[in-house]
Design a protein around this ligand. Structure first.
Ligand SMILES: [Zn+2]
Length: 372
């Protein structure tokens, strides 16, 4: 009793504003008056400037705390050890915003009378890498892998991620997320779960498509195979039997060569064996190789992205080649595959009959998370 009385005196006497100390020194309630600022309330509870900086940088919704009006209310709850537990911001003309803190990350939740379910979510704030920061946010290895498998069709994790980019995972009680959303400086990619007729969970954009692409069988229009994939083939240039780890498409010099699926340009180079060659990376594990090109398409640069069917070069006979043809390879995790036999996953689409429900749910999740 005595202790809390002195604490009250201490606080009231030393503060810029006068908090009402309802519920003792772990529960602070403030009503905004003209000229008040959130940081004053925050500091009056004894929390540090470092934590405030972390809070404000954790999520753009934190900016809402700087946009306050007389009559709005704050409640700041502390743990027994006086560390931050929760901030509840109750503006007069909007739903309350709850900010939970577990000692590591901030979790934002806006009470929404429209939502039937109680959505929970994880925010991964990129400081180092997806893997590092997701682990730090408590995301397990399986879910981290799912994120890489999907987002790497659109994001090159080694070049595209920037400090401050965020991934938001929303959960509905299952071990894998209901939605996974990347919010970057330049783009937002939102994926929503959907179960197919076999009950397999896949992630689709709000248009209903998965991020992966189906592969065209041939990167040239007229696809006569002059030499298939083989373990031992006579090489007339080397005059030796050697494995042929690709598929040769016969085509006149100058025939356009197209990307067989959407991907990232990994290398555009001139090598002694392959001649003019392009490596495309598709998703987390597939690489396609286009060799002996006479020339590259204009403006082709490593690090850029190409669409499926985009012109990337022209058939030629550069490098170790006996005549114009396209040498084409598919590698999965670095292992050469036979393009004529390999079955690659196809882009999948939410069935038309399920689209209205799927899109309604996607819209609700984005609204709930306050993502545009
Ligand atoms: Zn070849």
């Amino acid at each position: 009793m005595q202790k809390s009385f002195f604490l009250s005196l201490f606080f009231v006497g030393s503060l810029l504003c006068s908090p009402s100390l309802a519920g003792g020194n772990h529960d602070y309630n403030f009503k905004v008056s003209r000229g008040d600022a959130f940081y004053k309330f925050f500091f009056s509870t004894g929390l540090s400037g470092k934590l405030l900086t972390k809070l404000m940088a954790s999520d753009e919704r934190a900016q809402r705390l700087n946009n306050i009006y007389p009559g709005d209310r704050f409640r700041i709850l502390l743990n027994e050890d006086h560390s931050l537990k929760e901030i509840i911001f109750s503006p007069q003309n909007d739903n309350p915003l709850n900010i939970y803190y577990d000692g590591k990350i901030f979790r934002f939740q806006k009470a929404d009378s429209r939502s039937a379910e109680n959505l929970t979510y994880t925010i991964i704030n990129i400081q180092k890498s997806l893997n590092y920061d997701a682990k730090k946010a408590g995301v397990d290895a399986k879910v981290r892998q799912i994120m890489v498998d999907h987002f790497s069709w659109e994001i090159d994790f080694s070049r595209d991620l920037r400090k401050g980019d965020r991934f938001v995972l929303s959960w509905n009680g299952e071990k894998t997320p209901e939605a996974m959303i990347y919010v970057g400086d330049k783009k937002t990619i939102a994926l929503f779960s959907h179960k197919d007729s076999m009950g397999r969970k896949k992630y689709h954009t709000s248009k209903g498509e998965t991020l992966n692409d189906s592969f065209a069988f041939s990167p040239v229009k007229y696809n006569r195979i002059s030499s298939g994939f083989s373990k031992s083939r006579y090489n007339p240039v080397l005059k030796k039997y050697r494995p042929h780890r690709g598929t040769d498409f016969a085509a006149p010099a100058g025939t356009p060569v197209y990307a067989s699926a959407k991907g990232l340009i990994k290398y555009v180079a001139t090598l002694s064996g392959y001649g003019n060659v392009i490596y495309l990376k598709h998703g987390p594990e597939i690489v396609t190789v286009y060799a002996h090109l006479s020339k590259f398409a204009k403006g082709l640069k490593s690090g850029n992205r190409v669409k499926k069917g985009e012109l990337i070069g022209y058939v030629g006979s550069t490098g170790m080649s006996t005549g114009p043809h396209l040498h084409y390879e598919i590698r999965i995790n670095g292992v050469h595959q036979d393009a004529e036999k390999i079955k690659l996953a196809k882009k999948s689409v939410v069935p038309n009959s399920e689209m209205p429900g799927f899109q309604k749910r996607a819209k609700r999740i984005l609204e709930e998370l306050n993502i545009k």
